[in-house]
Ligand binder design. Structure first.
Ligand SMILES: NC(=O)c1ccc[n+]([C@@H]2O[C@H](COP(=O)([O-])OP(=O)(O)OC[C@H]3O[C@@H](n4cnc5c(N)ncnc54)[C@H](O)[C@@H]3O)[C@@H](O)[C@H]2O)c1
Length: 347
């Protein structure tokens, strides 16, 4: 099978932990080169995964003639300049979320990629979770009826770490909502096939002393009339995380636990009701057998790399267009504006 030859910018964090291991197992991918500003780390990652070359400069990786596609997993402050360099160098690019520091910068990234005619996508790998994909199909087929309410939640324990780029607005663009809630926002729109049109948010720093928010909740008005909420918290212990996704419609509901996260696992219950029945004053819970979803778990990071490879090799539609990442980032920015002004923000 034809393989896309990959280079990685920012090899030490999520790239080393999840995406490169996922890439190594992808049928249509080959790791050629890694780059990290930390030289020793770049060498270690090269050796760990059998890459051919390790670099410490973006330009050096982009000058590598073997590299066809680049995965950007550096801190967010570097995404824009590295994405523009990929576009200028004619390399296809998969950019971790958020794709740039601001939505305004994200627009520049999209324009540069479009002008260069390269394939570009964002790293919302949770779209590839088998339960999320099956739910999207169930909802598109109308089996939950009209969607009226959703909730998605991603939390972790993230105490103060001296020098951490995520904990300063100037290097992260935002806290829990920008870093984690953005996945939930994307998932809600992706799974339900809707777009948010209005945002109301509250952000706080409840547990820790850093600059960005460690607690954020937002409400979205979706374009089908439903309301969705997203919880993003840096201050809930990992052992207590639920990672819930809830979707309610006029014919049924779906409840996932543990599907929003880095490992493709968790549970999903889909309950279907009968929307032709009249009002039952007793509101008895009828025993219904949950619809069983196929638990054919894979690795979301492998699926993400394979899907991107199919776009390059076979012309398949891009699974996570940058425009969707830009939309999610605009929603996060609207959440911050709403939190500041205590008003709602129309998109
Ligand atoms: N999709 C996911 O599951 C997921 C999970 C975590 C992080 N992320 C995203 O991945 C990106 C990186 O986050 P992280 O948690 O891996 O961060 P990190 O700080 O753990 O790792 C970043 C790596 O980039 C290196 N680096 C620093 N400056 C660089 C530069 N100018 N060029 C290249 N490399 C540089 C660092 O040495 C480090 O090895 C962020 O956009 C983040 O939101 C995605």
């Amino acid at each position: 099978m034809a393989k896309v030859k990959w280079g990685v910018l920012g090899a030490g964090g999520i790239a080393r932990r999840r995406t490169i291991p996922g890439l190594i197992n992808a049928r249509n991918a080959e790791l050629v080169a890694v780059m990290d500003t930390a030289e020793e780390l770049a060498r270690e990652v090269k050796a760990e995964f059998g890459a051919r070359r390790a670099y410490t400069a973006t330009e050096a990786l982009l000058a590598d003639p073997e590299v066809e596609a680049v995965y950007i997993a550096s801190p967010v402050a570097f995404h824009k300049q590295q994405a523009l360099a990929c576009a200028a160098g004619g390399k296809h690019v998969l950019i971790e979320k958020p794709i740039a520091m601001t939505a305004r910068e994200g627009e520049e990234v999209i324009k540069a990629c479009d002008d260069a005619g390269i394939i570009a996508a964002a790293g919302f790998m949770m779209r590839f979770h088998t339960y999320h994909r099956q739910l999207r199909e169930i909802i598109a087929a109308g089996r939950l009826g009209r969607i009226v309410s959703c909730r998605a939640q991603l939390t972790c324990w993230y105490p103060e770490i001296p020098g951490a780029w995520r904990q300063k607005t100037a290097t992260s663009g935002g806290g829990a909502m920008m870093d984690m809630g953005i996945h939930c926002i994307d998932l809600i729109q992706y799974i339900t096939g809707t777009k948010a049109v209005r945002v109301s948010g509250m952000t706080d720093t409840l547990a820790f002393g850093y600059e960005v928010e460690d607690a954020a909740t937002l409400l979205l008005r979706l374009d089908n009339g439903a309301v969705a909420s997203v919880d993003a918290y840096f201050c809930i212990p990992d052992a207590a995380a639920r990672g819930r996704l809830e979707i309610y419609g006029t014919r049924g509901s779906a409840l996932c636990e543990g599907t929003i996260g880095q490992v493709e696992s968790g549970t999903a219950d889909v309950l279907l009701g009968d929307d032709t029945l009249g009002y039952d004053a007793k509101q008895d819970r009828v025993d219904v057998t949950p619809v069983k979803l196929l638990s054919d778990f894979g690795n979301m990071y492998t699926s993400q790399i394979e899907a991107f490879g199919r776009s390059i090799l076979e012309g398949a539609p891009v699974a996570v267009p940058l425009a969707d990442a830009l939309r999610a980032q605009r929603i996060v920015e609207a959440c911050y504006e709403s939190a500041k002004t205590r008003g709602t923000v129309d998109l």
